[in-house]
Design a protein around this ligand. Structure first.
Ligand SMILES: Cc1cc2nc3c(=O)[nH]c(=O)nc-3n(C[C@H](O)[C@H](O)[C@H](O)COP(=O)(O)OP(=O)(O)OC[C@H]3O[C@@H](n4cnc5c(N)ncnc54)[C@H](O)[C@@H]3O)c2cc1C
Length: 592
């Protein structure tokens, strides 16, 4: 079984040396007390919790899974205890507003914590993850009364949250939702319908479960313009805040699935359940998107967490597994064979895992920092610019990090050979667990369409300019730094390809929507590779500026690897993008 050590050094390097988040303290309230010492103390404590409490029940949780018994769900052994410790430590409210009992730490710190949780135990991470999403939606759109009733308990962790969108006939296309909401005389509503695939829909970790449900009011317009958002608790809440009668909703079944087996994926039946409207009638989808945007970034972090766990497992195995001799002659002549880390093909896998994981971490924390600025900066223009960048980068973070999570887990299996395929070393669980993150919160294909079809053209390219302008200016500035030449030149080339692809999409994608659709996934990957390359350039620049040590020279080697071996992929992506949709769409459906 792999052990896990929180990558604190790398997180500190990115936060304090590259992004210099501590400098935001003067402007953004969330950072006011977040000195490097305070953040380090929080992350160290969080790391200990993940290493010592969550990681030890990761494999047992996978093997035992959740049990469904007469309408109730039992989580695997140890989960209740771990959740109690999570609550005791004050972790559920770490990123929540102090007004509701939270600690209001910046998103950057929360992202780092989420990564650790997901490395240690992805299934566990879904419980607080969903609660935080539900908290965000209620905080942004709920009435004062709803906020008073629900938020403090969710922030404290005694109640959890869910997000009930999916139905048997609708996943991506939420316009097909059938769950209906009938108004009652007392201002509440009764919900009727079935939701499927609801994470943490029923479980034994909290006293109450607060469901956020999308449903249709009578006479609502068809499609996405007729969807409203409701809050619907498992137990009704009395005026004094105590729990009352059981609401008319129940878990009908648990899905049997490929991974995240300790996270209950529930069929939820609403049979006249009492609910309250959140926000404006028929504007539920927009309200839900408040929560989904942050949730998408969080799902990206899930991929990153799995990638880090896979890398740590693979590295430790590669150092210890003795097979064959190095091609250039024995490296450890006193041993019967060399450890496999000497072989270039194993190095290729490990370097790819390391360079992508650290690059993805830097990208996520950069976007997290901009998210903090978008809500907390005193200058309205700076807030708007940051908001635009976050909106542009959200589908990229979600897809790139989750694709990398799966790919790194897969590479982790490869490093272990046959031992990766069997259970003992934990790699096959990581592959199974990582896979879902590419699907939920909008599949990665849909993220690519969001980027190409919406984000690029929004505000006549205003969002895109928030990336292209500063990165272009940075590259120009770096072009005059000889020590950076080997890192800057390949990035500048890839950046040029991204500009070319963007122009091509602007023309061809508008003329023929299928061209945009066929190019979307390739384009998102190209954009992601350039964005991660930009982060590697900044990390290399920072590493060069500091006094040399092992950590900083490893950063430089990784940046060189990224530019030599990973970013050139943008060349083939450009060819594929500009080949258009003809070859994709030509085959007649009957000929498949
Ligand atoms: C373990 C698990 C947990 C989940 N948790 C939750 C939860 O808590 N709450 C919740 O509401 N839902 C949840 N889901 C549901 C999840 O969000 C959906 O499965 C996902 O959004 C995709 O919907 P779908 O499965 O119906 O696929 P479909 O929408 O049927 O899509 C099938 C395929 O078609 C593609 N596709 C669809 N439309 C287009 C298009 N216009 N252009 C190109 N490609 C297209 C998709 O990308 C996908 O590859 C969960 C699912 C699982 C498996």
């Amino acid at each position: 079984m792999p052990s896990y050590k929180a990558p604190l050094h790398d997180m500190q390097f990115i936060l304090f040396d590259v992004l210099k988040v501590q400098d935001a303290g003067n402007a953004v309230a969330a950072y006011a007390e977040m000195t490097p010492d305070v953040v380090t103390a929080i992350l160290e404590e969080a790391g200990r919790f993940c290493e010592n409490v969550l990681q030890p029940i990761n494999r047992s949780g996978d093997e035992e899974g959740c049990v469904f018994e007469s309408g109730s769900v039992r989580t695997p052994t140890g989960f209740k205890d771990a959740y109690a410790k999570f609550v005791e430590g004050g972790w559920p409210g770490i990123a929540c507003d102090p007004e509701h009992g939270g600690q209001g730490v910046p998103n950057t710190v929360n992202f780092a914590f989420e990564e650790m949780i997901c490395s240690a135990n992805l299934s566990f991470g879904l419980f607080p993850g969903l609660t935080h999403g539900a908290y965000n939606a209620l905080q942004a759109h709920g009435s004062d009364d709803l906020k008073r009733t629900y938020l403090p308990k969710m922030v404290g962790g005694s109640w959890s949250g869910t997000m009930c969108l999916t139905e048997p006939q609708c996943g991506t296309d939420l316009g097909l939702i059938r769950t209906r909401a009938e108004p009652s005389n007392d201002g509440s509503y009764r919900l009727y319908g079935t939701k499927i695939f609801i994470s943490a829909g029923e479980h034994d970790l909290t006293e109450n479960i607060v469901h956020l449900v999308l449903a249709r009011l009578p006479d609502a317009p068809a499609g996405v313009r007729g969807i409203s958002l409701f809050v619907c608790p498992k137990f009704l809440v009395q005026p004094d805040g105590n729990l009352g009668a059981r609401n008319s909703l129940a878990c009908g079944a648990l899905e049997k699935k490929m991974g995240i087996k300790a996270s209950p994926t529930c069929v939820m039946n609403f049979d006249g359940a009492t609910a309250w409207l959140v926000g404006v009638p028929n504007k539920g989808l927009a309200a839900m998107f408040t929560m989904m945007n942050t949730a998408r970034l969080m799902v990206g972090i899930q991929g990153l967490g799995v990638a880090e766990a896979a890398y740590q497992g693979a590295l430790s195995y590669a150092r210890n597994r003795l097979q064959m001799r190095a091609a250039t002659g024995p490296k450890y002549p006193d041993q019967p064979a060399d450890p496999i880390i000497v072989h270039p093909d194993i190095r290729r896998l490990l370097m790819r895992m390391k360079a992508m994981t650290e690059g993805c971490r830097a990208l996520a924390l950069w976007v997290g920092h901009e998210l903090d600025i978008s809500t907390g900066h005193p200058d309205a223009q700076r807030r708007q610019d940051a908001d635009d960048l976050v909106a542009l980068m959200t589908p990229i973070v979600k897809s790139m990090l989750t694709d990398h999570g799966f790919s790194a887990a897969n590479d982790g299996v490869q490093v272990h050979g046959g031992h990766g395929y069997i259970r003992e070393w934990g790699m096959e669980q990581l592959v199974r667990d990582a896979r879902i993150a590419q699907i939920y919160e909008g599949t990665n294909g849909i993220q690519a369409l969001d980027l190409v079809g919406r984000k690029l053209s929004m505000g006549t390219g205003r969002l895109a300019r928030q990336f292209f302008h500063p990165v272009g200016a940075y590259l120009e500035q770096m072009a005059n730094v000889p020590a950076m030449a080997e890192i800057v030149a390949p990035l500048a080339k890839a950046f040029g390809r991204l500009q070319q692809a963007t122009l091509w999409l602007g023309k061809a994608g508008t003329a023929n929507p299928d061209d945009g659709g066929a190019a979307a996934t390739d384009y998102l990957r190209m954009f992601g590779l350039v964005a991660i390359g930009y982060m590697w350039c900044r990390m290399a620049e920072t590493a060069l500026a500091g006094s040399a040590d092992n950590f900083r020279s490893a950063k430089l080697e990784c940046a060189r690897f990224y530019m030599a071996k990973i970013i050139p992929e943008t060349g083939s992506l450009l060819v594929s993008i500009t080949a258009g949709s003809k070859s994709v769409m030509a085959l007649h459906e009957d000929a498949f």
